[in-house]
Design a binder for this molecule. Structure first.
Ligand code: SF4
Ligand code: MG
Length: 257
């Protein structure tokens, strides 16, 4: 059995066929395996949502928390046991809606954990309502005439909050995503990966094809992730072109030092 297969739990995922969540769980497992982490040293904490079923599917320690609260739970676990590698799994509703304040505070504290957000721009588990990252004009059953709210831009928020590792991956590009998750786990501080994750059942706009037309890899453009002002500017880019990869990284003391 390969190291990735050894991380498969006995629970069968019940996500919809084709959901981007499958690529994310594969990337999380690949990252753990490629870093040679012992499963007994890894804790995966989640909130509520389709995303947050993920800890059930990986043979490490896991904690399926309550809506919007995986970050405070994970912070407590990390402070109690500095030897744990803590990975937080959340969604756009969980992290940028219900748990928004926890997101800002974990990032500004630089809690030593990896934060992987399944960002599908919709509430999937509750069958398709507008979420904090839904674009202006996005139509769902809660906004039949189109959303009248401007979308939250998670990377901009993280950079403004003093984030020390701010990145974006795409579920349609699992190899690239695995690399980002590995770096986020290894980063000393809050390793934040916003993952663009097609919800094939309820989001018919932000599809794999939609992202393929727009997403590009920052690392291939000569971009250097070392300047916070440049990263803030880059984080505003959305629409016709969507940057993927590491926008900003710096070393700083972590909460708990
Ligand atoms: Fe994935 Fe959407 Fe189905 Fe949830 S509802 S499992 S996010 S495709
Ligand atoms: Mg969602």
């Amino acid at each position: 059995m390969s190291p990735v297969d050894e991380l498969r739990s006995a629970t069968i995922p019940d996500w919809c066929p084709g959901c981007g969540d499958y690529a994310i769980v594969m990337s999380v497992k690949a990252a753990i395996a490629e870093l040679n982490l012992d499963p007994k040293d890894v804790l995966i904490v989640s909130g509520i949502g389709c995303s947050s079923k993920l800890p059930h599917y990986v043979q490490t320690y896991g904690f399926h928390g309550i809506h919007g609260r995986p970050l405070p739970i994970a912070t407590g676990a990390k402070l109690a046991n500095h030897g744990l590698k803590v990975i937080v799994i959340s969604g756009d509703g969980d992290c940028y809606g219900i748990g928004m304040s926890h997101f800002i505070h974990a990032v500004r504290r630089n809690v030593d954990l990896a934060l992987v957000v399944h960002d599908n721009q919709i509430y999937g588990l509750t069958t398709g309502q507008t979420s904090p990252t839904s674009d202006f004009g996005f139509k769902t059953k809660t906004t039949p005439s189109g959303s009248i709210e401007n979308a939250v831009r998670p990377l901009s928020l993280a950079i403004a909050a003093g984030g020390t590792f701010v990145s974006r991956g795409l579920a349609g590009n699992p190899k690239h995503l695995t690399g980002l998750i590995k770096e986020a786990i290894q980063h000393r501080g809050t390793g934040f990966v916003d993952v663009l994750q097609p919800c094939v059942t309820f989001n018919k706009v932000n599809t794999y094809a939609w992202y393929r037309e727009r997403a590009y890899d920052l690392a291939l453009t000569g971009y250097q992730p070392t300047d916070r002002a440049a990263a803030a500017e880059k984080a505003r880019e959305w629409g016709d072109k969507i940057p993927l990869g590491l926008l900003f990284k710096e070393e700083k003391p972590v909460y708990g030092d």
